[in-house]
Ligand binder design. Structure first.
Ligand code: ATP
Ligand code: MG
Length: 420
């Protein structure tokens, strides 16, 4: 036998047994987003490498070590998108969606990062993301958080998800704080790990995001940006907190929350759970007012978030949420003439009942084996059409999920039967 070709490590098939739960999640998220007036945008999976270097930042985990970068046949450096925000901004600028406009956009799709695969961390993973443009005030930051909160409610995940928020201030405020932080870290150089020492010059704020347990104490005692915010940033943040209190959304202020990307300013937030081990962040977002201009557009304020669908599905699997059955009926066909007539019957039923999910048996075989397939399909009813039934002008109907007598339904009554 030929040797199997395997999927790439960290890139998973989502099998037919799993897709109903994925679809349930996607449907409910889309529903909430539509209720807030968000429009879908679809971007390519591949972009010029430069786009991510210029947006995410050179001294970040993603750009330093996680990108799938390759040379195109004509020598251009391309990258499989590691996230959606940069692509969305690129698309917005390129298509004139951002200048002097308000936009509320969302997207969904795979992202690629060359990380060490483990539970909740994959090399191809799915995000649903939201990006808004042209709104400078805290009202839109608040709206985004309320949307995520409503999504957890729609999915029955509210319990056990904690909202953490922080403000990163403006670029100037960060610059001033950066000096204070570098001074603190430099005076504790012996406690910094290798990664952090390297970041001390390039991106010291990222040191606060370190997951190294040896540095936990050092980080906990560091001066916080929250204590060095300017008045406007402070006011912006306070409005969000007040809005969350008014709408009854619990939150904690986490002054260590800095996010792993360079483009954030002011508001950042994450939804975190302790039920997924180390991979506890299921949704993360924030304001990125400088990014559009940084990528060549007119200065445009922006806020967004992205959620990790695999992690949310893992949480959903622990709940008792049940996706709806996918099949209503399975048509068992015994004999040549029933096979011919059954096809016509099935098509007629589909004309009459647009919502009916009906599998017509194909491939022949005996009654027992067809019936087994009907059961395995998950269908609620088996419809049986043989020569006897044809002669009598009926279909035998067997409820596969409940104890009940097999019924005979006249062919012209079948549509009525399913309407009920
Ligand atoms: P983490 O701290 O877990 O590495 P991140 O800060 O790199 O996350 P973001 O870039 O903010 O993640 O992406 C938003 C969300 O996408 C995350 O909160 C997470 O739920 C999900 N996510 C990120 N990377 C992965 C991955 N490799 N596998 C699965 N989900 C991921
Ligand atoms: Mg990461």
């Amino acid at each position: 036998m030929a040797k199997n070709v395997q999927a790439i490590r960290g890139m998973h098939d989502i099998l037919p047994s799993q897709t109903p739960l994925w679809q349930l999640l996607e449907d409910r998220v889309r529903d909430v987003l539509e209720r807030y007036g968000y429009q879908e945008i679809r971007m390519p999976l591949v972009e010029q490498t430069e786009l991510f270097k210029r947006s995410i930042g050179e001294v970040t985990d993603i750009v330093e070590k996680e990108m799938y970068t390759f040379e195109d046949r004509n020598g251009d450096s391309l990258t499989l998108r590691p996230e959606g925000t940069a692509s969305c901004v690129r698309a917005g600028i390129e298509n004139g969606l951002l200048y002097n406009q308000l936009q509320r956009l969302w997207y969904q799709g795979p992202m690629f990062r060359h990380e060490r695969p483990q539970k909740g961390r994959y090399r191809q993973f799915q995000q649903i993301g939201v990006e808004t443009f042209g709104m400078a005030g805290p009202d839109i930051d608040l709206e985004l958080i309320l949307i995520t909160h409503r999504i957890w409610q729609a999915l029955g995940l509210s319990d056990g998800l904690e909202l953490q928020i922080n403000s990163l201030g403006t670029a100037d405020e960060r610059l001033a704080y950066r000096e204070i932080l570098v001074e603190y870290l430099s005076s504790n150089l012996d406690q910094l790990d290798e990664d952090s020492r390297r970041r001390l010059d390039g991106n010291p704020l990222r040191i606060l995001d370190s997951k190294n347990p040896d540095m936990r104490e050092l980080i906990a005692a560091a001066p916080t940006l929250m204590d060095h915010l300017g008045d406007e940033s402070r006011a912006h943040f306070d409005v969000i907190c007040a809005g969350l209190e008014a709408t009854g959304v619990d939150y904690v202020i986490n002054p260590r929350l800095v996010r792993g990307l360079d483009y954030y300013a002011r508001t950042v937030f994450e939804w975190v759970t302790d039920r997924l081990g180390a991979q506890g962040t299921v949704c993360a977002g924030g304001r990125y007012d400088g990014l559009v201009e940084q990528l060549g557009g007119h200065a445009t304020t922006a806020v967004g978030f992205a959620m990790g669908v695999e992690r949310l599905v893992a949480l959903l699997e622990e709940t008792n949420i049940e996706p709806e059955a996918q099949v209503d009926a399975y048509l068992v066909l015994m004999g040549d003439e029933p096979q011919r007539q059954g096809l016509l019957l099935a098509e007629k039923l589909r004309d009459q009942l647009p919502d009916l999910r009906l599998i017509t048996h194909c491939g022949g075989g005996g009654f027992k084996s067809q019936f087994k397939k009907a059961d395995r399909s998950g269908a609620r009813y088996a419809l049986i059409l043989g020569d006897d039934e044809l002669e009598k002008g009926i279909v035998s109907v067997k409820n596969l999920r409940e104890q009940a007598e097999q019924q005979e339904i006249a062919l012209d009554q079948l549509a009525e039967f399913f309407k009920k």
